[in-house]
Design a protein around this ligand. Sequence first.
Ligand code: FAD
Length: 415
Amino acid sequence: MDDTTTLTTTLIVGGGQAGIEAAFALRQNGYEGRIQVVGEESELPYRRPPLSKAYLDGSMARESLTIRKSPMLEKAGVECQTGQRVTAIDRDHRRVTLADGQVMDYDDLILATGARVRRLGGGVDAAHNVHYIRTVADIDRLKPELRGGARMLVVGGGFIGLETAASAAKAGLDVTVIEMADRLLQRVVDAPMSSYFESAHRQRGVHVLTAVGIEQWHGEQAINAVTLSNGTRLDVDVVVVGIGVVPETGLAQACGLAVDNGIVADAFSRTTDPHIYAIGDCANHANRFLGHAARLESVPAAQEQARTAARSICGVEQPHDAVPWFWSDQFDLKLQMAGLLGAHDQMVVRGQREDDSFVVFYLQDGAIQCAHAINRPREFAQIRKLIAARTPVDVTRLADDGHPVADAALEVAND
Ligand SMILES: Cc1cc2nc3c(=O)[nH]c(=O)nc-3n(C[C@H](O)[C@H](O)[C@H](O)COP(=O)(O)OP(=O)(O)OC[C@H]3O[C@@H](n4cnc5c(N)ncnc54)[C@H](O)[C@@H]3O)c2cc1C
């Protein structure tokens, strides 16, 4: 007898960071059923962070991108179908249809469909030297254009744009970043941190222009120049666009799940259908730590939400309650962020900006809400713990670089 007929099946749509994490977390939670992952890309699930960093600058090999290689998948009994797109979900019969006509049944379904890049449109995308950064295929297409002395225009001063600018500048390109807002990283850091990154890039040879857009693109098959909104004309050899992503929610929407800036999921990673979960970049997740829903585009969030979904499927009702965190590497600078920057009534700086080694803490009512650290990887785990504890801290000790950061926690009296 084929015992697969008696087993339950969890089907995971999307073979990215969240999808593969969920597959392995299911096994770690003792799941004995079938685990099937269907991913549209032709690769086995791989890490995206190095795409704009070590893989782009050539210091990381392609094989190192893969999250779990075939022998590990086999050992864990995780079936991965690559190069296959799921086109529809039939919730009544609990099955999905693939682009090639295959139909697959599920008991539980995890949507881990990620996000797709926001595009410029208007014909510019057709030029062969205009690039986006999301997949390994995007980078394999861009890499041959990284020739020393080539003029690169980066459109968008967010993380992807700045990391790409740093990698290209390291490879000897003449890089200009343009940002429509009046400062870099405007969505995620405060104005002093934006200026810090602007001068860090300038000092390392990147031209940075803020509060400018593109008035006109010149060239057809290839873009050879742009006219900026301030009237300047820039000659370019290669263009990289990093203007954000859009959550991949089409499947969810078409089958009637709630969608609101992402697939709506509760703190247990469950959507409005109790047999369907949503995790990672595609999900707008109820986040207990933040006290509101958030769609977080980060590896730690993808992993945490994946583990939560796996636990829920295995009957362990433990909500997602982690402090959000994120990192970005640009040149010799490692930015690590914990918590989300929001309302705060106090700021404390530890270390020196001039030394490229410091932390800015944002506090509310004496407790740290959020911290942005530059080149402080050894302290970062402690910082996350302080934030998670939500307890008041001693700001003098917090600012004192001579004391371990953990010593800043104040004892809270239990009455
Ligand atoms: C260049 C780059 C650098 C980054 N750097 C960092 C960083 O430094 N730190 C950090 O924390 N985060 C970083 N991120 C963000 C992080 O990589 C993402 O948050 C994470 O990959 C999200 O994982 P995911 O599984 O939700 O989505 P994805 O990794 O996007 O995976 C989703 C997968 O689902 C597939 N798919 C979609 N629809 C279907 C369908 N209908 N059928 C089948 N398959 C489908 C997609 O093709 C894709 O392969 C970076 C992202 C990029 C692009």
